[in-house]
Ligand binder design. Structure first.
Ligand code: HAM
Length: 420
């Protein structure tokens, strides 16, 4: 072990793990092309105020999990814990309201949260993040949910539950929060200490406390759905109608509130079979007030993020075989030191004609080099020894059936193209 190791909660994604990442990334990118979402990349760090104002000063993310630092110029910055606020900042900063709305954007990037590390929970993790900004129609909410659901379907993730709720807007939520506080006021001695704090600072979060002491109180709490204003109730009904039309199964969950403060109306989360908020694979919702919070004109938005590590963890848990690693076309076996330069040149020619090639080490035996070729999944071994060198030829061995033929050295790329 080196005496310096990767920081706690981070991980090296080794070459043998990369096929999983390729598999997920490729499916996400393909879907984004299908729905015409365009890629955006924002900086890994931002002004800390961006997250305090939007994610919320009372949330776990801002209070306990952000990596905050002062740079040498004295500016207070935070490593991005999520992507929605940065993408909205970019939307304002680059005048994207002048484009046809909604502006559809996605990114696949690392996020940073000082979380308690465990399976599927890291301090640096990666999100596939999707945002549609500038349109309040329920069909756009439904579109984002469809992308998320299609992603899981196409990856072959099974046993998922889509939880759906509406948490109202600035019009109806304050009234509900009063009703909720009234309900909790004489029960505060029965709930956990955290909930006593939530009662003061963030009452909506009372509803998704996981502490056993609070479950009885939560079960009797008034439901937000009964307090939605007409516009929010209609919007929620519309989202559900779109889900029904698409045949996407969902569970209406009146306790679903999410852990970030910027949400309005629709919220959703996808849970794998294994219980618990820790294991949520993806979540999102609408955030119609966010852009105003950071100085933009009133602009609605909706989106989601799904954790790539968690997707991969669940694919593995359900026993999915490792997606194929990229194949090697030709392994050039170099059978004598004299053939080194010709082998090197042969591999170069093969690559220039669009095939992958690796050259073996002349110091190793034919057998060892063929074993190496096998371990790289090579389709062919091109064997170059003194005899071949003298004749200007190469022995081409097809590794899946062992069949062999002799090919002129300069004819190999052409032979490979023919054999495609
Ligand atoms: P979030 O629920 O905080 O939402 O995170 C979304 C997903 O990121 C989670 O469902 C989970 O898969 C993954 N995730 C979160 N924390 C960790 C962690 N410590 N380790 C591994 N994976 C993690 C958001 O971030 C919102 N910005 C989503 C959104 C986009 N809402 C609207 N647009």
């Amino acid at each position: 072990m080196p005496d310096i190791q990767a920081p706690r909660g981070t991980q090296d994604i080794l070459p043998e793990e990369q096929p999983w990442w390729d598999y997920v990334r490729t499916a996400a990118e393909r879907l984004c092309r299908e729905f015409r979402y365009e890629q955006i990349d924002t900086p890994a760090f931002e002004d800390v105020a961006l997250f305090k104002r939007t994610v919320g000063g009372e949330t776990d993310i801002v209070q306990k999990e952000m990596y905050v630092f002062e740079d040498r110029g004295g500016q207070e910055l935070a490593l991005r814990p999520e992507a929605t606020a940065p993408v909205c900042r970019a939307y304002i900063e680059h005048g994207m309201h002048n484009q046809p709305q909604p502006v559809r954007l996605y990114s696949i990037t690392p996020m940073f949260r000082y979380d308690r590390p465990q399976a599927g929970r890291y301090r640096q993790f990666h999100q596939f993040n999707v945002e549609a900004i500038g349109d309040e129609s329920a069909s756009v909410d439904a579109e984002t949910i469809e992308i998320l659901w299609r992603l899981y379907e196409e990856l072959g993730l099974t046993g998922l539950t889509l939880n759906l709720n509406s948490i109202g807007d600035a019009e109806c939520r304050p009234r509900y929060l009063e009703v909720l506080r009234d309900y909790y006021r004489d029960k505060l001695d029965r709930v956990c200490p955290d909930c006593r704090g939530r009662f003061e600072h963030n009452p909506l979060r009372l509803l998704d406390c996981k502490d056993a002491r609070c479950q009885g109180v939560i079960a009797g709490a008034p439901a937000l759905a009964d307090y939605l204003c007409d516009a929010c109730a209609q919007h929620f009904a519309d989202v559900k109608a779109y889900m029904d039309a698409l045949g996407i199964p969902y569970v209406e969950n009146p306790r679903l509130v999410r852990g970030l403060d910027y949400y309005t109306r629709t919220v959703y989360e996808v849970q794998p079979l294994e219980e618990g908020g820790q294991s949520t694979v993806g979540g999102g919702g609408r955030y119609d007030g966010l852009i105003e919070m950071i100085g933009g004109r009133p602009t609605p938005g909706v989106g989601f993020a799904t954790g790539i590590e968690r997707i991969i963890l669940n694919l593995k848990r359900q026993g999915m075989p490792l997606p194929d690693r990229s194949k090697l076309d030709v392994f050039v076996v170099c059978q004598s030191p004299a053939a080194r330069v010709s082998a090197f040149k042969l591999a170069s020619d093969v690559r220039r004609s669009g095939f992958s090639a690796v050259v073996g080490s002349a110091d190793r035996s034919l057998k060892a080099q063929l074993r190496h070729a096998d371990s790289l999944g090579a389709s062919y071994a091109a064997i170059l020894g003194e005899r071949e060198l003298a004749a200007g030829e190469v022995t081409l061995k097809r590794l899946n059936d062992g069949s062999q033929e002799t090919v002129a050295l300069d004819g190999l790329p052409q032979r490979l193209s023919g054999g495609r």
